[in-house]
Design a protein around this ligand. Structure first.
Ligand SMILES: Cc1cc2nc3c(=O)[nH]c(=O)nc-3n(C[C@H](O)[C@H](O)[C@H](O)COP(=O)(O)O)c2cc1C
Length: 245
């Protein structure tokens, strides 16, 4: 069974929609899918006496793989999702597969730092995390149409545990995952790129592209600080006419 965890308190909204699509993919793979809304459980912040509610604890231990969706709040994930992570039992999850989705549904800022929070949890829990998925309003439609293929693959992979041999192996693995080393600048450029993709008719598109290219070129020359202005300009030029999603 693959456990889909909705870390937003808002049922039916973006995180929930993405987890629903993911679980469709899981079922396409012929695996059992189970969705949980963390808001339905009396979760508490970690303390020596805190435990996950029995039912949730059992699902966490039994699941063959995990799909965690969390909304981005101030560049991190919701407290609800974090309370779950802090109190989930230290079970033998080494080598189980995990997929994380972070939803920055406002400005989009924090979509990468949010995904980094989820994948740090996976790293520390020795989960073999795959396909980090940062989501904003700008790439949402694309992700909604592709995420069930991603989750189908996660379900297929989850049939066999793939444990890490040790710290070196695990660190080498995680060093290669996309977005996990992104800085504020990289995140801004990712958002600018997403905006460029969904703004074909925006009159500022070509100026925004020029700013984006300048930022990339400066980064190539090692001038990361100088690249910031161009990345911000590219984003701002298109953000003020955000596409309707
Ligand atoms: C407390 C709070 C902080 C937020 N911070 C951010 C943020 O840093 N970046 C962003 O893009 N959106 C931010 N948002 C907007 C949420 O990411 C957005 O509403 C998202 O769609 C929530 O997921 P949901 O639709 O699944 O509930 C914030 C929302 C709240 C309530």
């Amino acid at each position: 069974m693959i456990l889909g965890i909705v870390g937003s308190p808002r049922k039916g909204k973006v995180t929930d929609q993405l987890i629903t699509k993911c679980l469709e993919g899981v079922e396409k793979a012929g695996s059992e899918a189970k969705k949980v809304y963390l808001i339905d459980y009396p979760l508490q912040s970690w303390s020596e006496k805190t435990k996950l509610p029995e039912e949730l604890d059992q699902l966490w231990v039994e699941a063959e793989g995990y799909i965690i969706g969390a909304p981005v709040y101030w560049g991190s994930i919701s407290g609800l999702a974090k309370d779950f992570m802090d109190t989930a039992k230290i079970a033998d999850v080494n080598g189980k597969y995990g997929l994380g989705i972070a939803v920055a549904g406002g400005t989009g800022r924090g979509l990468c730092s949010g995904i980094q929070t989820i994948y740090r949890f996976f790293y520390h829990r020795k989960i073999r995390a795959v396909y980090p998925t940062p989501v904003s309003r700008f790439n949402l439609q694309r992700i909604l149409s592709t995420i069930n293929d991603t989750s189908r693959r996660v379900a297929e992979l989850s049939r066999k545990k793939n444990p890490f041999e040790g710290d070196q192996d695990r660190m080498e693995y995680y060093e290669n995952l996309q977005y996990l080393n992104y800085t504020y600048l990289d995140e801004m450029l990712l958002l600018a790129d997403q905006l460029i993709e969904v703004s074909p008719d925006n009159p500022k598109l070509s100026s925004a592209k020029q700013e984006y290219d300048s930022a990339i070129s400066m980064i190539g020359q090692g001038k990361r600080k100088d690249a910031i202005k161009h990345a911000v300009d590219a984003y701002n030029m298109l953000f003020f006419d955000p596409p309707k999603t």
